[in-house]
Design a protein around this ligand. Structure first.
Ligand code: NI
Length: 164
């Protein structure tokens, strides 16, 4: 395993659309294990998308149990080719991102979601969640489509905050 370098703004790769994973081979499994180690090496990191380590593949890892506050959580989720198929409700929260190290922002997202994805064994999964785990998954899937939380705040003037 290896800790990978995190791509940060304004690197243009963060605006690119990631490509579907066709085959879960040893390279994909190694990438996932390196992404996991990279997540664990960053304090309070609860999610990572492959593009954030410079790979344009539709893979995200989410683990909100790593947040110090208690949340509804399912432990480590490895989602390959994830797609949100249902949403309901709204939830506003303060988001951060490894790729935007100097800022946080208020973002309104969906509360409940259903996500279809392929797991690391190649099995199709339908997953339902809500709250912090849901918004973390939405944040990570946004990365796969070239969006950062900065693209989702309602105002860059009033909803973005410099980290102290
Ligand atoms: Ni992010």
């Amino acid at each position: 395993m290896a800790i990978l370098n995190i791509v940060t703004i304004p690197n243009p790769i963060l605006k690119q659309v990631s490509l579907p994973v066709e085959k879960i081979d040893s390279d994909v499994k190694k990438l996932i294990s390196d992404m996991r180690e990279t997540m664990l090496s960053s304090n309070h990191c609860v999610g990572i998308a492959a593009v954030q380590v410079g790979v344009l593949a539709r893979i995200v890892l989410v683990d909100v149990s790593l947040n110090p506050k208690p949340h509804h959580n399912s432990g480590l989720l490895v989602m390959i080719n994830p797609k949100i198929t249902y949403t309901s409700g709204k939830l506003k929260s303060r988001e951060g991102c490894l790729s935007v190290p100097d800022f946080t922002g208020n973002v309104v997202r969906k509360n409940k979601i259903e996500v279809e994805y392929t797991d690391i064994n190649g099995n199709k999964q339908l997953f339902k969640t809500h709250g912090f785990e849901s918004i973390t998954i939405q944040h990570e899937i946004d990365h796969l489509d070239g969006f950062l939380f900065l693209d989702k705040v309602s105002s860059l003037k009033t909803d973005v905050f410099k980290r102290i």
